[in-house]
Design a protein around this ligand. Structure first.
Ligand SMILES: Nc1ncnc2c1ncn2[C@@H]1O[C@H](COP(=O)(O)OP(=O)(O)OP(=O)(O)O)[C@@H](O)[C@H]1O
Ligand SMILES: [Mg+2]
Length: 444
């Protein structure tokens, strides 16, 4: 089994990542510095202090050696104990044995034992384990064992706790300040992401570039891009509706002329063509107007489905509807209602033109509203699905002439509407009806 890559353990968002990138080397550096410093400082001080104590013990040893009897030696040691502030004692019948004892983590103890042995010779046993506040040293002399008990504070540098605590506290305070500043740096990036996200869904929210220069540049680039796209949409709308509108006037005039010249044999045919042209112009206008002008508003989705079914019934289409709610919650969404209606009506009309059964399903999930239009008609072959969504594309216009040929804009308009809401239109096969299945998906 392969271990998952390191990436899976790393935080996903920018703030924790930045903190990690800044903090890990800092903490590592601090640990190394603290360890090296504490270790060296400690050992140095301990060795110095140990040496002076060892000399005092050496003095005591000499006192014993120069005393005529053990009893006198003992008396002299007692006199010495007080000014030296070391408990000194002579145990005449003993001899030193055993090993030097220390706790495994007592690093300064190792230096202490080394230093004492170096000065007082090998006949020395130090016990640091029985009582970690005292140094219990036994030294072999000619008259027995010299037993010295020295407070540990006199041989070892005092604990480095203050330094460590200070380092940790200062680090924490600095880290908190850094996090505060980082958060402020993060906010403009989040704002930019929100504005871009909203624009993708067809909303133009107010946005002002802020923050560091790089972020500001990205923000300005986004603003000019948004302005350019908005201008392009506006121009397209203006141009198409202008063309359609201007063409309508001569068209009306021609129809009028034709009505007056009704004795012409081709009049009926020309009239049919003119009507066709008019219908196309209407479709262009609808496509051009698009949905850009409409404001977003909260729409009750199940209500919308019911209204669409009623509307379909009026034009003689029996629309089977159903609503599936995967995650209970709000059944309303901000939408451009007229545009959505137009898109869904297009899909339903297509289905009604090609099939006898039409079903409209609303499936609400946590992330999206899916409007699914299915039918039992011939469907669209897989390699044509991209194509039919392009404007002015029709398949096999002969096959449904009786129900009126379209302009080829229905699916293009529906896709446009889906995209302007940040969604998509997908065509596939209907698994249970057998015809075409259009999934019109709008993310929340
Ligand atoms: N439900 C469907 N079943 C089978 N073919 C379909 C279906 N919907 C669309 N098509 C095919 O896709 C083509 C494009 O559809 P689209 O709605 O864009 O244009 P149209 O219906 O021909 O014209 P318009 O909708 O502008 O009046 C149609 O001509 C048709 O061949
Ligand atoms: Mg159509």
């Amino acid at each position: 089994m392969k271990a998952p890559p390191l990436k899976t353990y790393l935080p996903r968002s920018l703030l924790p990542r930045t903190i990690l990138i800044v903090m890990v080397p800092l903490i590592a550096l601090q640990l190394v510095v603290a360890f090296v410093f504490v270790q060296r400082h400690f050992e140095g001080v301990t060795r110095q202090m140990t040496r002076s104590i060892a000399r005092e013990i050496a003095v005591a040893q000499q006192v014993i050696d120069t005393s005529p009897t053990a009893a006198i030696a003992q008396l002299r040691l007692q006199n010495l104990s007080e000014p030296l502030a070391i408990t000194l004692d002579l145990e005449p019948l003993e001899t030193v044995s055993g090993d030097n004892l220390r706790l495994w983590y007592d690093l300064s103890g190792r230096a202490l034992i080394q230093e004492m042995t170096a000065l007082l010779g090998p006949d020395l046993r130090v016990d640091l384990r029985s009582n970690d506040r005292m140094v219990d040293a036994r030294l072999q002399t000619d008259r027995g064992v010299l037993h010295a008990i020295i407070p540990r504070v006199r041989v070892t540098a005092s604990n480095p706790h203050q330094l460590l605590v200070l380092m940790i506290v200062v680090s924490l305070v600095l880290a908190a300040i850094a996090i505060l500043f980082l958060r402020n740096q993060m906010r403009p990036i989040l704002d930019l992401a929100d504005a871009a996200d909203a624009f993708g869904k067809g909303r133009s929210v107010p946005f002002r570039p802020a923050g560091a220069e790089e972020v500001r540049r990205a923000g300005n680039a986004f603003l000019s891009m948004r302005a350019r796209i908005e201008r392009a949409i506006e121009q397209r709308t203006l141009m198409l509706s202008g063309v359609s509108h201007d063409l309508r006037t001569p068209l009306t005039r021609m129809k009028l002329t034709l009505a007056l010249a009704d004795d012409m044999p081709e009049a009926a045919e020309m009239n049919r063509d003119l009507n066709e042209m008019e219908r196309m112009l209407d479709a262009f206008l609808a496509f051009a107007k698009g949905d850009q002008m409409e404001e977003m508003q909260e729409v009750d989705l199940p209500g919308l489905i019911a209204e669409l079914a009623e509307q379909a019934a009026r034009s003689g289409i029996l629309l089977e509807t159903s609503v599936q709610v995967e995650t209970p919650g709000a059944a309303t969404m901000p939408l451009r209602e007229a545009a959505i209606r137009r898109a869904l009506t297009n899909l339903v009309n297509n289905a009604a033109r090609h099939a006898s059964r039409v079903r409209l399903t609303l499936r609400l999930t946590q992330r999206a509203a899916n409007f699914i239009v299915e039918d039992d008609g011939p469907g669209v072959p897989e390699d044509k699905r991209e194509e039919v969504m392009r404007p002015f594309t029709r398949l096999d216009t002969a096959r449904n002439q009786d129900k009126g040929a379209g302009v080829g804009l229905g699916l293009a308009i529906a896709q446009d509407v889906a995209r302007s809401h940040g969604g998509a239109l997908d065509l596939s096969d209907s698994p249970d009806l057998g015809g075409l299945r259009c999934v019109f998906r709008i993310p929340r």
